[in-house]
Design a protein around this ligand. Structure first.
Ligand SMILES: Cc1cc2nc3c(=O)[nH]c(=O)nc-3n(C[C@H](O)[C@H](O)[C@H](O)COP(=O)(O)OP(=O)(O)OC[C@H]3O[C@@H](n4cnc5c(N)ncnc54)[C@H](O)[C@@H]3O)c2cc1C
Length: 264
């Protein structure tokens, strides 16, 4: 993994980031989480990955910030991502990520030795991706992807953020993976390229959650959607919809390049 200039590891830095998150961004986590131009996320995953801070400490501090005590816990388990802790939406949404989603990756990796391979996908996803493996698709080489050299300005910017900072915004990370599925020669190669790019450039790569994320792109922990070319029944995402949903002005000014000509 190439060094990331200006990024400091260590427990002291992790604590400083956690303080800043709790005091400046946590209250706006729900509305701001998906805003790549000014993300309200913790950015803690690299420090969690290297063990410089524990998720237990993060959860403890977040519950403390919400003045939570066990009597506030909801009595009914509804399966909803909000409402169980009895605290505000932003604190609950953050706990859903750092407990439910993070632990899902660790448990899956523990119980499935094949968690980093195609065979760990649910049967419906393997079947639909195989059915569509030979669909015609626009394709790029691994090198073009690694260099962020595609026709898609948003994708290139996400790849540039990854290369420059070792971090990639969560929402754009989903789009980043979905487009690799679309552009690689076939789904198996797509999973291999995602793992290689993520492991090489992401500070939080080589983690159980690398595989949760990458194989989510291919249908794990998701359901079947309407069938379409290349993706089959796997959830589709497009840069055009992303551009409609999110204000990317500042993000593209920071990480975008001028050589591209469209979104698709
Ligand atoms: C294609 C793809 C690849 C991914 N690769 C990785 C990876 O290599 N390492 C990694 O830690 N995460 C990975 N993720 C999950 C997610 O993108 C990151 O955990 C999150 O963006 C980290 O930013 P943050 O610390 O600001 O998160 P916050 O929103 O502040 O969340 C706090 C913590 O909760 C956990 N978390 C948040 N979202 C998720 C999620 N969707 N799945 C699992 N845990 C989550 C992380 O530990 C994170 O640090 C990937 C997702 C996708 C779609």
């Amino acid at each position: 993994m190439p060094p990331v200039l200006g990024c400091r590891g260590g427990t002291f830095e992790a604590g400083r980031l956690l303080d800043a998150f709790i005091h400046q961004r946590l209250a706006n986590y729900v509305e701001g989480r998906n805003n790549p131009s000014n993300p309200m996320t913790s950015r803690l995953s690299p420090w969690l990955h290297f063990g410089h801070i524990s998720s237990l400490e993060v959860v403890h501090r977040v519950l403390q910030d919400a003045s939570w005590d066990p009597s506030m816990t909801g009595e009914k388990v509804t399966g909803s991502r909000n409402g169980w802790w009895g605290i505000d939406e932003s604190h609950e949404a953050f706990l859903d990520q750092i407990i439910t989603w993070r632990d899902l990756g660790f448990h899956f990796a523990h119980h499935r030795p094949d968690h980093a391979t195609f065979t760990s996908l649910p049967e419906w996803a393997q079947a639909t991706l195989s059915d569509h493996a030979n669909d015609p698709r626009p394709s790029y080489t691994f090198q073009e992807l690694e260099e962020g050299n595609t026709h898609d300005e948003i994708w290139n910017a996400a790849q540039q953020e990854l290369r420059e900072t070792g971090i990639i915004h969560n929402y754009l990370r989903m789009l980043w993976g979905k487009r690799i599925l679309e552009w690689a020669p076939d789904p198996l190669t797509a999973s291999d390229w995602m793992v290689r790019l993520n492991d090489r450039w992401a500070l939080d790569g080589r983690d159980p959650n690398s595989y949760t994320g990458i194989f989510w792109v291919l249908g794990r922990h998701d359901r079947a959607w309407g069938e379409r070319p290349v993706f089959g029944k796997v959830r589709f995402m497009s840069s055009m919809n992303t551009a409609r949903k999110l204000d990317l002005t500042r993000y593209l000014a920071q990480f975008g390049t001028k050589r591209n000509d469209g979104l698709a």
